[in-house]
Design a binder for this molecule. Structure first.
Ligand SMILES: *Cc1c(COP(=O)(O)O)cnc(C)c1O
Length: 430
């Protein structure tokens, strides 16, 4: 007979997955902007924020934009210009295949399509839950003409950038680094070292409301190339030329960051070290709390220092109860001693806390279902059920999506609240 579990009281105030953490300086910078009338897309907050972030990440130039997605769009245009000079606006990638991270938020991939590129998804590896260099290598065997790779660092854990860069150099491909979730994370490879956001040819961070540093919205393009920075500044402000009137010689965009948003980010950015420290403490408490369960936390390579944006867990195959997912609904069957993400997420939500499934891989998304997908063994779709294989899964992304979940990771959650969440998760294995 199943043992009786202690009934846990739901939290009076919801514990979020990851909500903005605002301090005193944000209001001071915003107030100053309003009181001095600097409320447009120029001003001290933008200038100072660009300087701070460039210095913090270790790049020469930072350009404040309205979102990380806008910054990614600018990267697609820059890369397209290098690879395909003369392509039409909206067609910078001109039908080319582009290798993309598969297990990521869709904002990584959408801008490829805005510029008429064709995303081909590269499977994930188990060591960091990011793009698998072996699958990338396989993809270059299948499609040797590809010249652009878009790579994300999931949940603030650095991808295997040394291997990825070596492969891309060998195949003469450019790298767009989507560090939207990874501001402050540090990568250490055999030769390549540095913060996420400094490791590609074109780099992006985001200040969206749930990221580790926020301005309610906002993003940045990062680069060491002055010409690229200048182009993005110009394109993002409707491509105005230096003339007495509105003079436009190429297509423009309204993508610049506002000085109000920059004030919030500027204040928030002063606290990035605290934010990372509290996220790390959350990760370690979960790790300790689950150490005798048949699960592991989202992993990272020795030498890497993630920003611990989201704490995630993966259930061992043997400890999974039966679970199936359709496009919008799911079913599972409770079994003693076993659990599954659906059961754990229901339990977490039952105590008024917010967890989330792992980002559903792009190759499984209906909008991208017709696109290529390359796994380590060169097979694409069709071997997506990890359980048909007793050894390593063929489709790693589908497997992590099946067995993993994001835990409440808000840095305003108290240790007492986290203890209740840990207890609740443990009970699902009773
Ligand atoms: C949040 C996010 C983005 C997009 O940033 P926005 O500022 O929300 O446009 C891009 N890629 C990844 C991986 C993200 O998590």
């Amino acid at each position: 007979m199943a043992k009786m579990s202690e009934r846990l009281e739901p939290f009076k105030k919801k514990v979020w997955l990851s909500s903005p953490t605002i301090h005193e300086e944000e209001l001071a910078f915003v107030r100053e902007a309003i009181e001095t009338n600097w409320v447009s897309t120029v001003g001290e907050n933008i200038n100072e924020l660009e300087r701070m972030v460039a210095e913090y990440v270790g790049v020469k130039y930072a350009v404040g934009l309205s979102s990380g997605t806008a910054a990614l769009h600018m990267c697609m245009k820059l890369a397209g210009e290098r690879i395909n000079p003369g392509a039409k606006p909206g067609r910078a990638l001109d039908g080319m295949r582009v290798f993309c991270s598969d297990m990521t938020f869709d904002a990584t991939v959408n801008p490829v399509v805005y510029e008429d590129g064709e995303p081909v998804f590269i499977d994930t590896e188990y060591d960091t839950w990011n793009m698998d260099p072996k699958a990338l290598e396989k993809a270059f065997e299948l499609y040797p003409d590809v010249r652009l790779v878009v790579i994300a660092h999931l949940y603030g854990v650095p991808a295997k950038m040394q291997e990825i860069r070596d492969i891309c150099r060998k195949h003469n491909a450019l790298i767009i680094e989507d560090a939207a979730e990874a501001l402050g994370a540090v990568y250490t490879g055999s030769k390549l070292k540095g913060k996420c956001g400094s490791l590609g040819d074109y780099m992006v961070i985001s200040f969206n409301g749930n990221k580790i540093v926020t301005g309610s919205t906002g993003g940045m393009f990062l680069t060491d190339d002055k010409e690229d920075a200048d182009k993005v500044r110009k394109w993002s402000t409707q491509s105005r030329e230096a003339a007495p009137w509105y003079q436009h010689e190429e297509l423009g965009y309204n993508y610049r960051m506002s000085n109000i948003v920059a004030g919030i980010v500027r204040g928030n950015m002063l606290h990035i070290d605290e934010h990372i420290a509290s996220k790390k403490a959350i990760y370690e408490r979960y790790k300790e709390g689950f150490k005798d369960l048949p699960v592991c936390m989202n992993p990272f390579e020795a030498g890497a220092e993630p920003n611990y944006w989201l704490s995630c867990m993966l259930i061992d195959k043997e400890a999974m109860c039966p679970q199936v997912r359709g496009e919008r609904d799911y079913l599972y069957i409770k079994e003693p001693g076993k659990s599954c993400p659906s059961e754990i997420l229901e339990t977490i939500s039952g105590i008024n806390a917010e967890g989330r499934p792992i980002w559903k891989p792009m190759h499984m998304q209906p909008v991208f279902r017709m696109h290529g997908f390359v796994t380590r063994d060169g097979n694409g779709r069709g071997r997506s059920n990890a359980y048909i294989d007793k050894g390593e899964a063929y489709d790693v992304g589908a497997d992590i999506f099946d067995r993993g979940l994001c835990l409440p990771s808000d840095n305003k959650m108290t240790p007492d609240q986290q203890d209740v969440i840990i207890k609740a998760v443990r009970q699902t294995f009773d």
